[in-house]
Design a protein. Sequence first.
Length: 677
Amino acid sequence: MKLTDSIEMLGGVGPKRAALFARLSVLTIEDLLHFYPRDYIDLSRPYEIASAPFGEYCAVKATVYAKTGPVRAKSGKKLFKVSAGDDTAALTLTFFNSPYAAGKLIENSQYLFYGKVGGSLLSREMASPQIFSLGISTSFMPVYHETAGLNSKYIAKCVQRAFEALDGAIPDPIPEKLRAAYRLPEKALCLRMLHFPASMREVQAARRRMCYEELLTLQLGLSLLRSQTRRESGAIFAKAEPQHFFASLPFVPTRAQKRAVGELCADFQSGLPMNRLLQGDVGSGKTLVAAAGMVMAAQNGYQSVLMAPTEILARQHASTLGVMLAPLHISVALLTGSVKGKARAELLQSVKSGEAQVLVGTHAVIGEQVQFQKLGFAVTDEQHRFGVRQRSLLFEKGQSPHLLVMSATPIPRTLALLMYGDLDISILDELPPGRTPVKTYAVDTEKRARMYRFLADRLHEGRQAYIVCPLIEENENTPEGLQPVTEYLEQVAKPLLPGISIALLHGRMKPAEKNEVMSRFVRGEVQVLCSTTVIEVGVDVPNATVMIIENAERYGLSALHQLRGRVGRGQHQSYCILVSDHTAPETKDRLRFLCHTADGFEVAKYDLENRGPGDFFGSRQHGLPALKIASLEQDGRILYTAQQDAHNLLTADPRLDTQPALKAAVEKLFAGSFSLN
Ligand code: ADP
Ligand code: MG
């Protein structure tokens, strides 16, 4: 069997299982070997029952005494009970609806049980434990990200079989010299150590090596991409005069905005295509900077495009830009997936003819049928939502257009440089005047009634509010204590806010429904928007002054800060209330930190230093290829080393011709973004 073979070549994996593996992005044997465990079950030192920690996952060694069941539990499920124990205490094992698990246990035999010990000191219980026979060969069982129908045990079995069936070596992309210099073990060995380690030290050693390989590959790919887009010369905007535009605005631009626009002007006249990141905290007024760029493009006969990650945001940008650019007679068109038929054909025609000077839209704007007459300036908003691939497609829509990527996720400068290389950076470090900082509070659910009374008061004063819940609806995998938004709306929000108009908004609604709800909220007909995090990016409703975030512990601080940025946009005092019942000190510290900090850069720094859930470099946030093992915030030192090594490798061999395995790894990581041939 070869690495490139389909997963279906493994014995026991048919089309059905292969489809399940595909959900985990595992298509080939190689993908499977690179599908790393997310954790390990430590069976190496099982606890005695009496000393097993309460409420934590652990392994115990126990003898099965007797089995009873099934009985019907209150929920209607069938309940099987097994009494077990060791010299120190008794333990009752319970299994729901799984006669199989309980059935195969043999009385008077010993097993390892892995689960959470609960019950009381006198009668200890373990619900639905995993069962291992004592003869098990490895003492650390891999735990994988699972999907319905594929559990960790099964995945481990497949990985085991893949190792056995594989003929030929696993190529090692890291050049010999570097491997020797850093004393990195061989790749094949590391993969084995990651899946079936004999100790946690093996895991660490193997992890370090695989991280380095991944980050080296990432850095090489980024450098290569950049050298592809940097070669051409950019459009020159001979006339770049924003003053006229500034004078037409209803307010005075901030100094930071003027400085950023000045930086754009310089790029526009440099003869090289601009490649600039505009960073600014939520509400710092990035849209105005983009608009100024569009004005300058139009002055020189060029078109502009702005790509936004969601339809809601695209619409909002189209309407803001429409208003901003109307006095200068610059036309703005909107293209999203919902523009269809004749309207779409007409719109595409006006883009092609150059009649539409500014096109705003979702990723529909990089669609194949979209042709510009003369595209000179391309903007992406909330750029971390887009991949490098989409950015380069946008670039290809014009003849080396100037590129501006806008992001409210403040990335510390050193890291931004590392991630984006020679992307230039403009920073809006100043908010428009007259904003009062958002008052932020962290509360637990005991205070909910009080919080709702406070909310009702604000609503009766005429303000509006957002309530954010983590999920759309409940399913069998929903961890306890999470609030699905649909249920929350009916059971909590509506009863507590009689007479208030509340609407639901979530990602699984059709775009047309979402737009309808959003427009009603913008018009003030809907007073409270009860939603998932779909409102996270960019929405601007100045009359909304309260943001309630349920299960706040679920989010990284940067994400919470983004959500908070939805309020505090008008003249009224705004409030952000973080609701969480988590009592862990780290969580409390994190939420408290946000209560006292308004500065997005400080928040990002805190996230960087104290990793929490939904860290802002989390795989889908940064627009880079998804990393399997390395973490950009935790493996900063390895990243730095990898960057230097990538630079040296490319200087010596710009197309990696002497390193076929490394070249293949780069192409695989950036699949579809470019080819080195
Ligand atoms: P963000 O950087 O989060 O994208 P926006 O561009 O949406 O911020 O701007 C936030 C709000 O601030 C908008 O309502 C915008 O009209 C307003 N705004 C932008 N610049 C200024 C300014 N210089 N003075 C006053 N208000 C401004
Ligand atoms: Mg914005």
